[in-house]
Design a protein around this ligand. Structure first.
Ligand code: TXA
Ligand code: MG
Length: 350
């Protein structure tokens, strides 16, 4: 069932109905400021198990626990490293997930058996109202089938999970459009495991030392002991083959154009993910173009990214060529998602 809900002032009766589903151990898909989540009572092991079944998600991939207050944080984390105070004051509610020591109340299927738990307070009135009304923290991964791009509209959730969830709350498109930044505070120094909706630059206003280490995860994966399997590159794969180009703007676009020529000569159906100003370069080309908006508006590009990939996939293109937008601000998360969707097919242009 899908119910429309006001994203700014959610209707009480709808929230009450959704909260009841959570309390009964059911699944509710709901909007957050990043992407739609697939929620269950985080303290109910059976309810959490349903999430993995609905998504076809491997049990080794831990979930994020969503909270609505700092009191909730004490229910799910057994101790709070010193940085939590300043980070939560600066960035919660918001697109920041903290990896913290897990409290015993959190069932082990939430954390895939890890001794740490990912926690965030989402900046979305629907998500916060739902957590409060349910009276429990809510475990929620992105509400897509495993291996598909994260959903930024209720329609995306319906495409992937229709019939597998008890209720979908439709609060319109999610404003940020890429998932939260995952920051590991369980080690000696803070490490970004997944760049996301909160930029590294913003974090470094508050934290002195901050590392970004997604490659360490890939190394560990090869050694068979990765701490955060959801970060593996296949995670965002579209059906089409995606090739990601990054580097100096002019050379990057020239390399894309050359690749398009080759693919068209080979009779391939091609889709492009471009900035508005790049479109002229491909005028008259028999290709499908998804315009992500002006190249200097990273917020807009991030918000459109997953919907654009889904749109090209839906039109049956065989190859998608995507360009990067640098590594500043949200550019880092955009780059990370495109590199993952490309599954290693990354063309570096200098
Ligand atoms: O914006 C978001 O984070 C969205 C919304 C719904 O909140 N959620 C989301 O969840 O993206 P999911 O499950 O698709 O991604 C969670 C990521 C995964 O890469 C997972 O491996 C990592 O967080 N993660 C969760 N708990 C972890 C832990 N204890 N240690 C390391 N990584 C963890
Ligand atoms: Mg996900």
């Amino acid at each position: 069932m899908l119910l429309k809900v006001d994203p700014v002032q959610p209707e009480d009766d709808i929230i009450r109905q959704a909260a009841e589903v959570i309390r009964q151990g059911g699944l509710v898909a709901f909007p957050t400021e990043t992407v739609y989540g697939l929620g269950a009572n985080a303290l109910n092991e059976e309810a959490v198990a349903r999430i993995f079944v609905a998504k076809d998600r491997p049990a080794e991939d831990p979930l994020i626990v969503h909270i609505a207050s700092i009191e909730d944080l004490r229910r799910v984390a057994r101790e709070l490293p010193p940085q939590v105070r300043v980070l939560s004051q600066a960035f919660w509610p918001g697109p920041l997930t903290l990896i913290l020591p897990r409290a015993a109340a959190v069932p082990s299927n939430v954390t895939a058996g890890l001794d740490t738990v990912g926690v965030r307070m989402p900046a979305h009135a629907v998500a916060l109202a739902l957590i409060r009304a349910a009276g429990t923290p809510i475990a929620a991964p992105s509400a897509n089938l495993f291996g598909r791009p994260s959903p930024t509209t209720a329609q995306h959730v319906l495409e992937d999970l229709g019939g597998r969830v008890d209720l979908i709350l439709d609060g319109g498109p999610t404003p940020i459009g890429v998932e939260s930044t995952v920051l590991d505070l369980s080690g000696e120094r803070p490490v970004i495991l997944r760049p996301g909706g909160l930029s590294r630059e913003a974090l470094s206003l508050v934290l002195e030392e901050i590392a970004v280490d997604t490659s360490a995860l890939w190394r560990e994966r090869e050694e068979g002991r990765f701490p955060s399997p959801g970060l593996m590159e296949k995670h965002y794969a579209p059906r089409a083959r995606l090739i990601f180009f990054r580097g100096a703007e002019q050379a990057m676009l020239a390399a894309m154009k050359e690749q398009v020529d080759q693919l068209l000569a080979a009779g391939k159906k091609v889709g492009l993910l471009l900035a508005s100003e790049d479109r002229g370069l491909f005028a008259g080309y028999p290709v499908l173009i998804e315009d992500l908006g002006p190249g200097d508006n990273l917020g807009h590009i991030a918000a459109r990214l997953f919907a654009a990939i889904r749109a090209l996939d839906g039109q049956g293109v065989e190859v998608i060529l995507a360009r990067g937008f640098g590594a500043m601000g949200l550019g880092l998360a955009i780059e990370d998602r495109l590199a993952k969707a490309a599954g290693g097919r990354v063309v570096e242009v200098h």
